[in-house]
Design a binder for this molecule. Structure first.
Ligand SMILES: [Zn+2]
Length: 97
């Protein structure tokens, strides 16, 4: 079965969807409800061989080396930086939008 990848234009979230034919395509990011754009589809095995990006098997140092920033939800409305560059603490209530 093909796997389709969708990327959120707004926050960069990557969504992997196994195409089952009957289910409608996702159009909204599950994280921020931004618009999703479909990326290429690849067989799962090829993706593994390729070391294809998947956020779940990215280490913190890999995230930083790709110029990305990872934040961890501290549960009180703020996010603490775990990897990458950027402010050490992000306050959800002070984010634009
Ligand atoms: Zn998003």
């Amino acid at each position: 079965m093909p796997i389709f990848e969708y990327r959120c234009d707004a926050c960069g979230e990557i969504l992997e969807v196994l195409a089952r034919g009957s289910e409608p395509e996702p159009t909204k990011c599950p994280v921020c409800e931004g618009a999703l754009a479909r990326m290429m589809s690849l067989p799962a095995d090829l993706k593994r061989m390729d070391g294809f990006f998947h956020k779940d098997n990215f280490s913190d140092s890999e995230i930083a080396s790709k110029g990305l920033t990872k934040y961890v939800n501290r549960g009180d409305g703020t996010y603490e930086k775990a990897a990458g560059s950027g402010p050490k603490i992000m306050d959800r209530n002070k984010l634009p939008g």
